[in-house]
Design a protein around this ligand. Structure first.
Ligand SMILES: [Zn+2]
Ligand SMILES: [Zn+2]
Length: 133
């Protein structure tokens, strides 16, 4: 799963290449520990309603792809706990019926950060590329 294939060319003397590799390792360790802020412009999220007779028109209209930056703005009650499911690292609960309190019952939808490992690997490679260039 995941990964990407951005080639990085190391150039210079052995001493310079070693310095680049060490810097790349430091960036990688830091990102492994800290990750990145969520909901960035390079993130595609899929809003997934449950299509049954209980689905409300608002949740239905939200079904589809969302750019990461829109989620905190338009679905500010999104959180990492879902009432009915255990969420993976790349899933969130949109909590749409709290954001729009005129909606009855409880939102059952799911937000899924698509291609999440590849997106994170691309960010990391872009940061390493800057060190190497
Ligand atoms: Zn709804
Ligand atoms: Zn919903």
């Amino acid at each position: 799963m995941g990964g990407c294939c951005i080639p990085i060319t190391f150039r210079g003397t052995p001493r310079e290449i070693l310095a680049q590799l060490i810097a790349a390792k430091e960036v990688t360790s830091m990102r492994k520990e800290e990750g990145w802020h969520i909901y960035q412009p390079d993130e595609d999220w899929t809003y997934i309603p449950i299509y049954d007779e209980r689905l409300c028109p608002t949740c239905e209209s939200f079904g589809g792809i969302w750019n990461g930056t829109l989620i905190p703005v338009q679905l500010p009650d999104t959180n990492s706990e879902h009432p009915n499911e255990r969420l993976a690292n790349n899933e969130r609960y949109p909590n749409t019926h709290v954001t729009f309190p005129h909606l009855r019952g409880q939102c059952r939808c799911l937000l899924h950060f698509d291609d999440y490992l590849r997106t994170l690997a691309e960010r990391l490679m872009a940061e390493i590329e800057v060190i190497v260039l």
